[in-house]
Design a protein around this ligand. Structure first.
Ligand SMILES: Nc1ncnc2c1ncn2[C@@H]1O[C@H](COP(=O)(O)OP(=O)(O)OP(=O)(O)O)[C@@H](O)[C@H]1O
Ligand SMILES: [Mg+2]
Length: 250
């Protein structure tokens, strides 16, 4: 379970304060797939980085599996897998296999376990042909697949993906979608941000919409469809943003 409680995050940018998140509160249940929707600059990456213990909230608290992201970050880091957009965190001079082996070693996986896991992931992502080539020469999509595999190498219970399908072709995006279904069947908790509304409607149980740092909706997709008398998530998203502006314009 992930509990986000009254989280506000301010950045100091050249003596000016930018408030990226304003009193955001919601929970993600164990085994739930939650989609994070919001315009550019809404605060999605900031929220994911906060959950991943990479940023401390200015005020408020985030608990991951009962552990506090500020005071107990080491406990949380063992349980989570994170992938942030274009920051693949891969080493260009290593092959795909060496990259995955390196991250498996950091997480303390044994030799046999590492081999089995890497074989599994390379098969799943159709990467077997290029596992022994250096990542430096890979296309964007190939790199992204290795990066997703890296995120999963230690079999984390909680997975955070920031725009995971950006740069992937149709086939690889579909592989990612199948992967989310499989991870869900395994009972993993997943939060991912996306600008692709269809992806969120296809994969998620719940959705959180952020607009200019504020949470304008959180709940199950089914509840939302019922409440709005529509199953057009794109339309609902846009109307939530407009209503958000009205609510906060005072
Ligand atoms: N390190 C930082 N220093 C100053 N401001 C920051 C920093 N990181 C984020 N911000 C600001 O916080 C706000 C939210 O940014 P964030 O990256 O979380 O948005 P996002 O929803 O992920 O957007 P996108 O869809 O474009 O990725 C923006 O105004 C951004 O400029
Ligand atoms: Mg972002």
């Amino acid at each position: 379970m992930i509990q986000i409680q009254e989280v506000t995050k301010q950045f100091k940018d050249k003596k000016k304060y930018v408030t990226a998140l304003k009193h955001v509160s919601f929970e993600v249940k164990q085994g739930e797939v939650l989609g994070l929707l919001g315009e550019n600059g809404a605060g999605k990456t900031t929220l994911l980085r906060t959950i991943a213990t990479l940023l401390d909230p200015t005020t408020g608290q985030v608990l991951v599996g009962g552990f506090d992201t500020v005071k107990q970050s080491a406990e949380i880091q063992k349980k989570i897998g994170v992938l942030f957009g274009s920051e693949t965190g891969l080493y260009d001079r290593f092959t795909a296999r060496e990259n995955l082996e390196y991250f498996a070693m950091l997480y303390g996986l044994g030799k046999h376990e590492t081999k089995v896991r890497i074989d599994e992931l390379s098969k799943m992502f159709g990467m077997r042909d290029y596992m022994d080539r250096k990542v430096g020469s890979f296309s964007k999509g190939m790199r992204q697949k290795v990066a997703i595999a890296r995120t999963l190498v230690h079999n984390p219970q909680i997975i955070l993906f920031d725009e995971p399908t950006t740069g992937l072709d149709i086939t690889s995006s579909n592989v990612f979608r199948q992967l989310v279904h499989q991870l869900k069947r395994e009972g993993k908790t997943i939060i991912f941000s996306s600008h692709i509304v269809e992806e969120v409607s296809m994969l998620c149980d719940a959705v959180a919409m952020i607009h200019k740092g504020e949470l304008v909706y959180h709940g199950s997709l089914e509840q939302l469809y019922e409440q709005e008398s529509s199953r057009d998530l794109n339309f609902i998203f846009m109307s939530k943003l407009v209503r958000g502006e009205d609510d906060y314009a005072i």
